[in-house]
Design a protein around this ligand. Structure first.
Ligand SMILES: Cc1cc2nc3c(=O)[nH]c(=O)nc-3n(C[C@H](O)[C@H](O)[C@H](O)COP(=O)(O)OP(=O)(O)OC[C@H]3O[C@@H](n4cnc5c(N)ncnc54)[C@H](O)[C@@H]3O)c2cc1C
Ligand SMILES: *[C@@H]1O[C@H](CO)[C@@H](O)[C@H](O)[C@H]1NC(C)=O
Ligand SMILES: *[C@@H]1O[C@H](CO)[C@@H](O)[C@H](O)[C@H]1NC(C)=O
Ligand SMILES: *[C@@H]1O[C@H](CO)[C@@H](O)[C@H](O)[C@H]1NC(C)=O
Ligand SMILES: *[C@@H]1O[C@H](CO)[C@@H](O)[C@H](O)[C@H]1NC(C)=O
Ligand SMILES: *[C@@H]1O[C@H](CO)[C@@H](O)[C@H](O)[C@H]1NC(C)=O
Ligand SMILES: *[C@@H]1O[C@H](CO)[C@@H](O)[C@H](O)[C@H]1NC(C)=O
Ligand SMILES: *[C@@H]1O[C@H](CO)[C@@H](O)[C@H](O)[C@H]1NC(C)=O
Ligand SMILES: *[C@@H]1O[C@H](CO)[C@@H](O)[C@H](O)[C@H]1NC(C)=O
Ligand SMILES: *[C@@H]1O[C@H](CO)[C@@H](O)[C@H](O)[C@H]1NC(C)=O
Ligand SMILES: *[C@@H]1O[C@H](CO)[C@@H](O)[C@H](O)[C@H]1NC(C)=O
Length: 486
């Protein structure tokens, strides 16, 4: 920030008549009385702690709960002009500590910008930056349409889209970010602009994967698709079926592709009472379509699949036993499809000596997650205008380790054990020449270099966009949370 602006801020702190110094939050409170929560207000604690993972929470100096775009523009302008650090939070599901909250700074909470409006003629939905996916699906369901969004109800629209966004509908339609036709954004200077395929096209592309690096997105206009009843749910298998599932997973991925089909394997390794989970989604009302035949011979322990509404498929997917745990980390790697490598990754992960130490942490849970990404997802993204993610156009898997534990004193141990295992996976992938650069922001751990992984050209373009729309680098330097431009 320019020194002259800083001087202006010091002057603003001293009220002309009384010479009493006001804090930035008190100034904001005068600007937007009913939309600022100070620390001494009773609702502060509840709103401050709305981040999903306990270790992601922080104690902001005050919280902006703007209920309209204009107030938020005022707040952003005020914050950037005065060089005040701030955080932006939609659904608060990012697990990176401080990703969407802040100590000694201002938290912008978008939860009151949660309108969901369907435009049947345009076949789009206009959704507030603080809405949650479950509410979006439920609002669109009466119109027999849906959007490409999160796989659980509670996740925020803002963070999921800006990090890419993997949906059950991605096999056919690409990622959530690819399906945004307009981003309504507050820039650092408080100006509200539209970024879309015909206006501010450079910013439009940068926001498709750009996280919180360019502005506060107040509204997303998203393409809608017809949807009726779907088929899917979770099939649970005994832990000893895991190798067979990995092998079927490879066949599924390398076999004929059905764009209606989507799966994910989740294997809790330190708490085997859950067995191995196969999440299945089919976007038409047909039970057991041929796409999933490769799994047919594996005996199922428990089956929740049924023909149901899309919103019921989503709400049926949360696992209350696991999600009660407070502290979380995830970590991700992207591998090109290769059956032998998958078995090697399975070996590395399930036999990792670190799992011993992890299970000694109180209620330490470690989940090994395999998400197949078909070529069609990457092709669809391209056809919809292209994003900034630098995805390789080939079948691939986004591996995710999820970890949960109870106590803060175990944080370091938890992070480093998970990293040690993933490092060996990356070594094996490199050796097989099947390691892909991409790091999925929504599944990444705090130390992973997400934006660098998009590739040199994308990083250069994104930096140009920053120069053009945020020349003072407010979103780089004042908004420290999240994954930043390198
Ligand atoms: C239980 C669970 C299930 C998940 N399932 C999926 C899934 O199916 N698919 C998937 O892709 N991901 C999934 N994720 C990951 C999730 O998408 C990311 O954690 C994402 O960041 C969450 O978005 P949010 O708005 O809730 O997060 P927040 O923590 O509110 O925000 C995340 C980041 O985005 C920024 N941000 C948010 N909104 C805006 C905005 N409007 N303008 C500017 N910056 C903004 C924040 O500053 C922060 O850096 C899941 C996460 C959890 C915890
Ligand atoms: C910030 O808000 C205060 C009101 O609380 C106002 O007096 C001041 O002019 C604003 N500053 C800027 C730079 O917008
Ligand atoms: C909170 O503190 C502000 C000053 O920072 C004061 O004006 C206000 O009255 C206080 N509110 C409550 C509920 O104590
Ligand atoms: C925002 O909140 C204020 C006061 O709480 C209220 O007067 C106003 O109508 C609200 N605006 C919207 C758009 O909800
Ligand atoms: C949605 O689909 C159902 C079932 O086919 C039908 O009865 C209903 O009229 C449709 N609603 C709209 C708004 O098209
Ligand atoms: C794109 O932005 C321009 C300029 O604000 C706007 O007129 C137009 O309606 C936007 N297009 C879409 C699809 O929202
Ligand atoms: C698995 O975790 C749940 C929830 O934390 C716990 O109740 C259960 O006892 C654990 N089971 C095993 C086998 O560790
Ligand atoms: C697949 O991975 C194995 C190692 O697990 C490696 O030896 C082999 O070369 C890889 N094959 C291809 C086609 O990449
Ligand atoms: C995986 O481990 C099994 C059992 O130890 C072994 O037979 C197999 O060769 C290993 N596979 C790979 C690809 O490393
Ligand atoms: C590794 O893979 C890339 C592209 O997938 C290919 O161009 C290159 O030749 C491969 N290298 C080796 C040593 O196989
Ligand atoms: C705000 O920044 C944008 C992008 O740099 C610029 O086009 C616009 O003119 C600026 N608005 C004001 C009021 O300075």
């Amino acid at each position: 920030m320019l020194p002259i602006v800083l001087l202006g801020f010091v002057a603003a702190l001293v009220s002309a008549t009384t010479h009493i110094v006001e804090s930035p939050c008190e100034l904001l409170k005068r600007l937007l009385p009913s939309e600022i929560i100070l620390r001494n207000e009773t609702r502060y604690t509840e709103v401050a702690n709305k981040n999903w993972a306990t270790n992601a929470r922080r104690a902001p100096s005050c919280i902006v709960v703007a209920n309209n775009t204009r107030s938020l523009q005022e707040a952003v302008k005020n914050l950037t002009r005065n060089s005040i650090q701030f955080a932006i939070r939609s659904g608060g599901h990012m697990i990176k500590p401080g990703g969407s909250n802040i100590d000694n700074g201002v938290l912008i909470d978008l939860s009151r910008l949660n309108e969901i409006e369907y435009n049947a003629i345009g076949q789009v939905a206009r959704v507030g930056g603080g809405a949650r996916w479950g509410d979006v699906y439920k609002a669109l369901e009466p119109h027999n349409v849906t959007v490409v969004g999160g796989r659980l109800d509670d996740i925020g629209v803002g963070g999921l889209i800006l990090g890419g966004g993997l949906s059950w509908l991605s096999s056919r339609h690409g990622l959530a970010c690819d399906n945004v036709v307009n981003f309504e954004v507050i820039l650092a200077n408080g100006t509200l602009i539209n970024a879309n395929a015909t206006s501010s096209t450079d910013l439009y592309k940068a926001l498709k994967g750009g996280g919180n690096n360019f502005g506060v997105v107040t509204h997303f206009t998203i393409s809608t698709y017809a949807i009726g009843a779907v088929w899917g749910g979770i099939r649970y298998y005994a832990p000893e079926q895991f190798p067979a599932l990995i092998s079927a997973f490879s066949q599924y991925q390398l076999g004929p592709q059905d764009p209606d089909a989507s799966i994910m394997i989740q294997a809790p390794l330190t708490n085997s009472s859950f067995g191995v989970l196969l999440n299945i989604a089919y976007s038409r009302p047909f039970a057991d379509p041929p796409a999933f035949d490769v799994f047919k011979s594996i005996p199922i322990a428990l089956d929740t699949t049924s023909i149901r509404s899309y919103s019921s498929l989503i709400s049926g997917a949360s696992n209350p036993d696991i999600t009660q745990l407070p502290r979380w980390d995830w970590r991700t790697a992207t591998l090109a499809a290769n059956a032998t490598l998958y078995t090697e990754v399975y070996n590395i992960t399930t036999k990792a000596p670190e799992l011993q130490s992890l299970s000694q942490l109180q209620s330490g849970t470690f989940v090994f997650n395999m998400q197949p990404i078909p070529v069609q997802t990457v092709k669809a993204a391209k056809a919809l205008g292209g994003n900034s993610l630098g995805l390789s156009e080939e079948p691939q898997v986004w591996v995710q380790y999820l970890m949960a534990w109870w106590h803060e004193e175990d944080d370091h141990k938890a992070y480093s054990l998970s990293k040690a295992i993933m490092d060996r996976v990356n070594q094996a992938a490199n050796k097989a020449n099947d390691s892909l650069d991409y790091v999925f922001m929504n599944d990444a751990s705090q130390d992973q270099n997400v934006i660098s992984s998009y590739g040199r050209d994308n990083v250069i373009s994104m930096k140009k966009v920053q120069e053009k729309y945020d020349s003072t680098k407010a979103f780089q330097e004042l908004v420290r949370g999240g994954f930043k431009l390198p």
